[in-house]
Design a protein. Structure first.
Length: 94
């Protein structure tokens, strides 16, 4: 499972902008909010490329950062954030 930066920030209980600031301070993101070291951090972060056609401007291209599942505990450790508590298992409730 992959999450965008907003979803990842919500998981940690902070805002997207706070997460981006922390990641930039720790040299994990560039000014364009893309992974600074995509090869080194490929187990945790990836660049998602998108494209769409705009009737006036033609083809439009985008790139954004996605956080992989393994990146959640990695980010928590790197950014000194509290790991989210897993939801309670209610399968055994009567």
């Amino acid at each position: 499972m992959e999450r965008n930066l907003a979803q990842t920030a919500k998981l940690f209980g902070i805002s997207r902008n706070e997460l981006i600031c922390l990641m930039r301070e720790n040299e994990l993101l560039t000014e364009r909010n893309l992974p600074r070291y995509p090869t080194r951090d490929r187990e945790y972060l990836r660049i998602k490329e998108g494209q769409w056609f705009h009737p006036t401007s033609g083809m439009q291209y985008s790139m954004s950062t996605r956080v992989k599942q393994a990146g959640i505990p990695w980010l928590a450790e790197r950014l000194q954030l509290q790991l989210p508590t897993p939801p309670e298992d209610k399968r055994h409730a009567a």
